[in-house]
Design a protein around this ligand. Sequence first.
Ligand SMILES: [Zn+2]
Length: 317
Amino acid sequence: MNHTGIVWSDVFLQHDTGPHHPERAERLQSIHDRLASTGLLTRCRVITPEPVDLSLVERVHAGEYIGRFQEACEQGRHSIDTSDCAICPISFDAARLAAGAVVAAVDQVMAGRCVNAFCPVRPPGHHAEYRAAMGFCFFNNIAIGAEYLRVRYGLQRLVILDWDVHHGNGTQHHFEADPDLLFISLHQHPYTLFPGTGFAQETGVGDGVNATMNIPLMPGSSDDEYREAFDLQVLPAISKFKPEFILVSTGFDAHVCDPLAQINLQTESFAWMTRETRALAESLCGGRLVTVVEGGYHLEALADCTQAHVEALGGKG
Ligand SMILES: [Zn+2]
């Protein structure tokens, strides 16, 4: 058995956002090239995704929005909802496949064919809202994966940990009234970065109060601040929650080289965050862990971080 799965499709490269867009195909090409050149791809279990069933997408997004997104792609429009959500004729298919990648990863882990799995996908998902595309995101891939764990496998207690440098607003809003899904987001402080939400006092609503944890970090924060947040907040909260499965929105844009934000993590930080999370999954839920790429816009740093992440998941050796 290969310890770690990697979900891959060339279709992720065909989502064309036009020239000069930071969320571009070269990001995933850079990830793929590094996984291939280091031999990680051959040492992991490569998983081929299927397009996600739209009935599953409808658990996370309004039917009206799904139809509107499909139509906009078919009509050859260049963006939807905001100018940064650039699309091309195959973007709808790529988005279905990106969400399908998380579903495929979940299936492989639940079947015991791998212990954990990594989903390098685009378009990303964590900003996508119930009825709107936002921040380069169209379908909330990780939220769809969590819903799938519920409907297909009957799992209830889930954790989504989001260490992308931007707040995972779409994920939070989808689950904020849900006491059985603990959402934890570490991100650059909303006063200083898109999307402007994710304050520490946002802790959930209704029955979901205390199942949302936002950890905003000031620009310039680095390894020390992240380690402190992990040791004092993230790890104890997950341990106490006792999840049946852990999902991670692994943006790599908190890296010091990233052009879109001002957090200064080194590549090694992504390795230790992954190791800590993997260890927790192993002690709490049989190692069941699926990680999903969100942001990361410096191509070399993205490749470095991905390599460190997959090695830490257990793909090495
Ligand atoms: Zn981001």
